[in-house]
Design a binder for this molecule. Sequence first.
Ligand code: NDP
Length: 282
Amino acid sequence: MTAVIIDGKQQAAQIRELLAAEISASRIKPVLAVIQVGDNPASQVYVRNKHKAATEIGMDCRVFHLPETADEVMLSELIANLNNDCDVNGIIVQLPLPKHLNELRILSQIAYYKDVDGFSPYNAGLLQMNNSDAVVAATPQGVVELLNASLGSLTGKHVVIIGRSNIVGRPLADLLLNQNCTVTVAHSKTVNLPELARQADILVVACGCPRLVRQDWVKPGAAVIDVGINREDGKLVGDVDFEAVKNVAGFITPVPGGVGPMTVAMLLKNTWQACLKQHSQS
Ligand code: NDP
């Protein structure tokens, strides 16, 4: 068997095109504020990509680049100003922050309706309660979009997620539970992970371990979604041994070109939706 390759790049391009058309048909120019602290090289690339993608669909993307030494007061002041700025519809803080800054305290200061990354405790709580007002984190939302497009209804599927981070594993578990899946979340202390993974109808891997998942970890015909982005000898590789696993899986995402492009598209979608909501309430 050779798996169907799920083309995240193409699906993301379609979403961006749709957003561009909606924005150009409206009289509104959505504004996304991106806060970057320090010069983490991976963050530089991510911020550049978000800026480019936003600009291409007619969104105004304003990058606020603070020095590595910025303290919490500086950051809090900037967030408060952006919260109060009616022109700004979405605010994101590029993670990771330098070690001296308290991530949770900072993310909690973003007005929940401008929190287009969905990382604040308020939006995470709404998602957990299956409340439709939740702004859902972009990467898990992208994973679910890819699954829905390939498999249709996910009701009754057993999903195993490898990884329990606040930005991928946990919100994804909530989203899939809300789609009537049976969800198992695995992590670094999980016992007998290969056997558990083999029980999955859908296996999502987000652990940051290059090629951890091998062919014999996958049930024949299962859908395998690889969230991992690892750099090896200047090349990007996922958390799944793609070349081997594609011979047994029914569906599989590549790295690059799978979940990554969907993350950016979902961030733009969240920003546009936040913008429309704010305009309808003003
Ligand atoms: P974190 O480091 O925050 O979390 C990793 C999770 O994986 C933890 O829960 C950890 O367990 C678990 N884990 C680590 N090693 C193993 C192992 N050997 N077996 C089982 N579980 C393990 O990572 P993120 O969630 O932020 O990111 C995960 C990956 O996804 C990274 O490669 C990252 O670059 C990528 N990523 C990709 C995105 C995209 O757009 N495609 C967006 C965000 C992330 P424990 O909790 O016990 O420590």
